[in-house]
Design a protein around this ligand. Structure first.
Ligand code: ATP
Length: 131
């Protein structure tokens, strides 16, 4: 199968840079599967999972917002944060989820912010199950 280059970059670091066969994620207009030679595209990403398929294996990466760019040279994800499933600290995500739930149930502070923190934590916990 032909391959394309995938880069995942955050303001802190380069998380991923490899040749891969397919990328699947949820873009602005719904779920999208990207194969080599896909039409050029830019889309915002919310809190979501990036699935990367290569040579019969699949990796999952937790993304917490950013942009997806598809160009002839490959796919670039500019993410606010991105963690490979094996890099996710489950205890930390569980603690973040429980703090956010507490703030939501007690109407403590900015509700939208607490809901977003909960979405990030739940997304990380989902991705961490993929090992
Ligand atoms: P926390 O309250 O635990 O910091 P958060 O959702 O507020 O969670 P972010 O602001 O999204 O954290 O991320 C800050 C940095 O910490 C980023 O580099 C992110 O990749 C990393 N990070 C956050 N949560 C985890 C986790 N559970 N496991 C590994 N890295 C994490």
């Amino acid at each position: 199968m032909s391959k394309m280059h995938l880069d995942i970059v955050t303001p802190e670091r380069k998380v991923y840079s490899k040749e891969v066969e397919m990328v699947i994620t949820r873009a602005a207009n719904g779920d999208i599967g990207i194969l080599p030679h896909h039409a050029p595209l830019v889309s915002p990403l919310s809190v979501t999972v990036l699935r990367v398929k290569d040579e019969g294996k699949e990796e999952r990466i937790a993304i917490s917002g950013g942009f997806l760019e598809v160009r002839p040279s490959g796919v670039t994800i500019l993410a606010e944060t991105a963690e490979l499933s094996s890099d996710i600290d489950v205890a930390r995500a569980e603690a973040a989820a429980s703090r956010a739930k507490g703030r939501i149930s007690e109407h403590d502070g900015d509700l939208a912010r607490a809901e977003l923190a909960l979405r990030r934590a739940v997304n990380r916990l989902d991705v961490a199950k993929w090992k």
